[in-house]
Design a protein around this ligand. Structure first.
Ligand code: PLP
Length: 362
């Protein structure tokens, strides 16, 4: 299909003063911009009817396949305003490729990458005023997603699907400075098994993580660390973030992508930035036993998690119903902070974009 989008403008966009009020300190995922992108897909006609519509509730048949068999995939990407007022996004072609990969795994249609990037441009063109000023790491969080939209209770890949993009302004993930958070090790559940859907960015993986996340909250932890489903020996990732370990001799270790771990774009970018600094990065299997010994002995000096939402999150202690690993700390590690500064610096246009990761949206 061509990249022509039909535009239906909202006749009741949020008044400027109200939007400005929200943009002062936006909470994550609560307020949405005035418009959404919608593209339909059918088995007969492929992708068609690309459009910009007012944001609002959607009418759905209660037999829609997504509601019954969970055929859903999504992306998370941000729009960053630079000092000069221009608006950029970070590595959108990587997100486009990942959405296609998730689609293949979940038997959904693959959206062409150019259409993905164009959909972001269309949304920012009309809702650019929703991208906050670049202070306190404020951004517009963009959520592209795809669902099976066929009204049919038979079990097979849906023959109708819908791609949509919505967006929500977000504020600093760390309200009071970048402080380490404790994480909960899930010992009684796993998020993804071998040959399962761990590499797909699909809602079901998140549903599978929520029970352990509840346990984590009850134990003062804001995120959950998952081990491999088969042997419960190897560290995989957090519910929605990849993880890195910094050793005292300077090298960095992160679990290799073994088929069950989400291929984080932040993870990939951090590996590149570390290599640019001539820091050795090992992508390999990492056991909980290794991490326990090395973190308790001081051989591991820093642990951090990463993902688009919070960029880089320093980690303090690892806790489970059996143990506490690591010392109590209120300070983020040095490498954690400096890599974070470099990555967010590139995203907000304060640091040279030497890998051409930014794409201008407006
Ligand atoms: C989205 C996601 C990540 C982080 O990916 P980024 O591309 O860095 O945002 C990590 N793990 C899971 C399970 C995710 O869904």
């Amino acid at each position: 299909m061509s990249h022509e989008f039909t535009v239906i403008k909202s006749d009741k966009p949020m008044p400027d003063e109200k939007r400005e009020e929200i943009l002062k300190s936006p909470a994550f995922g609560v307020n949405f911009t005035d418009h959404q992108i919608i593209i339909d897909w059918t088995k007969e006609d492929g992708w068609h009817n690309a459009r910009v519509e007012p944001y609002g509730p959607m009418l759905m048949d209660p037999a829609s396949a997504v509601l019954h068999y969970g055929q859903e995939i999504f992306e998370g990407i941000k729009a960053y305003r630079h000092e000069d007022g221009s608006i950029h996004t970070f590595r959108p072609h990587a997100n486009a490729a990942r959405l296609q990969k998730s689609a293949r795994r979940m038997a959904l249609p693959e959206l062409p990458a150019e259409l993905f990037v164009e959909s972001l441009k269309q949304l920012i063109q009309i809702d650019g005023a929703w991208v906050p000023e670049p202070v306190n790491e404020k951004t517009l969080y963009i959520r592209p997603f795809e669902i099976a939209a066929e009204a049919f209770l038979g079990v097979r890949a849906a023959q109708r699907a819908e791609y949509r993009v919505i967006a929500s302004p977000v504020g600093a993930y760390f309200a009071n400075g970048i402080k380490p958070v404790n994480i909960w090790i899930a010992l009684d559940s796993a998020r993804a098994g071998r040959f399962g859907t761990g590499e797909a960015k699909t809602g079901g993986n998140y549903a599978a993580s929520l029970l352990a996340q509840g346990e984590g909250y009850e134990n003062g932890c804001s995120q959950v660390l998952f081990l491999d489903a088969e042997s419960h020996t190897y560290i995989e990732e957090l519910g929605g973030m990849n993880v890195f370990f910094v050793y005292i001799d300077g090298h960095v270790v992160t679990p290799s992508l073994d088929g069950t771990i989400l291929h984080g774009i932040t993870r990939d970018s951090i590996i590149q930035l570390l290599k640019d600094r001539n820091i050795s990065v090992e992508e390999r299997a990492v056991t909980l036993d290794e991490i326990r010994d090395a973190y308790n002995s001081g051989e591991i000096t820093e642990i951090f998690a990463c993902g688009t939402a919070a960029a880089i999150t320093p980690i303090g202690q690892l806790k489970s119903r059996l143990e506490v690993i690591g010392k109590e700390t209120t300070e983020a590690g040095e490498l954690t902070l400096s890599i974070r500064e470099e990555l967010t610096g590139i995203q907000y246009g304060r640091v040279a974009d030497r890998h051409n990761w930014l794409v201008k949206l407006s």
